[in-house]
Design a protein around this ligand. Structure first.
Ligand code: PLP
Length: 404
């Protein structure tokens, strides 16, 4: 995304001409950005050659998954639906890991039939269920155990997953018990220790702590894991914050760890691969002045993009066409849905705007379209992929007649 003569471009496509061809609101991805993000992620951890399993819950568009597969990534899935989608995108099951606190016996059975790399279990009860199903299938199944390292990832409360009070993972004591109970199982092979402490992490210190906890746990248990799955959570620069994660420090901690333990590293990034690779293009329906502020009423709403309403997340909003006339007045960018939380952003000033003008909500590639709903009986937005000077539509438009 860049401006040329005050016009916003996505690669070589003018966003204004695109918005005349595709009905707003719509998601617009950049192929180049996805490619760059994957290459950067790989080069950040080059010498350790990790298995990178893209977190499908952050974006499950079939076309996007095919692109991600084309760069050799695997998948981290959290449901049968995501597993089916990942396989449909051509991702090799031996690069797929299955996470989640509540996998049903049906989902576990399906994952076993598909011969995926690892089922990462999150409770004693789940390990028992996996063992029973493996037995019925007369198989020996590779599993991981997800440790809850009791670490505060210093991110939004609602996307933190590694503290004692969070529902995810297994505490140390319980995990030691599970290792003892199942290490000789005929139907299970415990191959992996996994963690995932949260999302949008910008400080490397929680990661350093996490590695310490893993190191101590391995020493305490004396168990030989083949894989350590470090999860995802790497934060991105949402324009409004200026912070970036220090990958060098994280990388050097991992390298130190690997000198002590000969294991293969798995990552499960979602946001850091796809988050900043998309815009949500939206039109101003009305501008309503009220109490010293302007409500900018957009045709995109919380049903199209829920992160601000759901987590209080901030996403920048930029004009497709820049001008120099600044209006020093509070601007509330809101959607048409009948909820007060249907608000994207408040800014103290903005360039002069007009009815029917088009704007772009930034960095919506992760946890964007996947969280869209039909609330207020609105159709979901379509998705467009730009590659160099070409664009194509990569999801089916919903028709109002079909959904009513
Ligand atoms: C959501 C999730 C991820 C991806 O997190 P990002 O912040 O998008 O990188 C990885 N692993 C697990 C287990 C998750 O639940």
């Amino acid at each position: 995304m860049l401006y040329k003569k005050n016009n916003l471009y996505i690669e070589k496509v003018s966003s204004i001409s695109l918005s005349k061809k595709v009905k707003t609101p719509f998601y617009c991805y950049s192929y180049k950005k996805i490619e760059d993000n994957i290459n950067r992620f790989k080069s950040n951890f080059k010498s350790i050659k990790p298995l990178i399993c893209f977190s499908v819950k952050s974006n499950n568009n079939l076309h996007i998954l095919k692109i991600i597969r084309s760069f050799g990534l695997g998948a981290d899935v959290v449901s049968k639906g995501e597993l089916l989608r990942a396989i449909k995108a051509g991702i090799n099951p031996n690069k797929i890991v299955f996470s989640g606190v509540g996998k049903t016996p049906e989902e576990i059975n399906f994952a076993i039939k598909k011969k995926i790399l690892l089922i990462n279990a999150e409770s004693h009860s789940e390990v028992e269920t996996i063992e029973n199903i493996a037995k019925k299938n007369k198989k020996k199944i590779n599993i991981g155990l997800r440790l809850n390292p009791n670490i505060d990832a210093q991110t939004l409360k609602k996307i933190s997953t590694g503290r004692n009070e969070d529902k995810f993972g297994i505490n140390e004591k319980e995990l030691l018990k599970i290792l003892k109970a199942f290490h000789n199982s005929k139907h299970l092979k415990i191959k992996c220790l996994s963690v995932h402490i949260g999302s949008q992490i910008l400080d490397h210190k929680p990661y350093s702590k996490m590695i310490k906890v893993i190191n101590n746990f391995i020493n305490k248990s004396k168990y030989k894991f083949e894989y350590i799955d470090l999860g995802g959570g790497m934060g991105i620069n949402y324009n409004l914050n200026k912070k970036v994660l220090n990958y060098k420090k994280y990388y050097s901690e991992i390298k130190k760890f690997l000198k002590k333990h000969r294991v293969k590293i798995i990552f499960e990034p979602g946001r850091s691969i796809i988050g900043d690779a998309a815009l949500l293009i939206t039109k101003i329906i009305y501008i309503k002045p009220a109490n010293n502020k302007n409500f900018i009423i957009l045709d995109a709403a919380m049903n199209d993009f829920m992160r601000p309403a759901l987590y209080g997340a901030s996403h920048n909003i930029v004009p497709l066409k820049k001008n120099r006339n600044i209006l020093n007045k509070v601007h509330d960018f809101v959607g048409p849905v009948c909820e007060s939380t249907d608000k994207f952003l408040t800014l103290k000033k903005y360039q002069k705007l007009k009815k029917n003008e088009i704007l772009a909500i930034c960095d919506v590639g992760a946890y964007g379209i996947v969280l869209a709903s039909n609330y207020n009986l609105r159709t979901k937005p379509i998705e467009v992929l730009v590659n160099s000077s070409k664009f194509k539509i990569i999801s089916k438009r919903e028709y109002i007649n079909k959904i009513i």
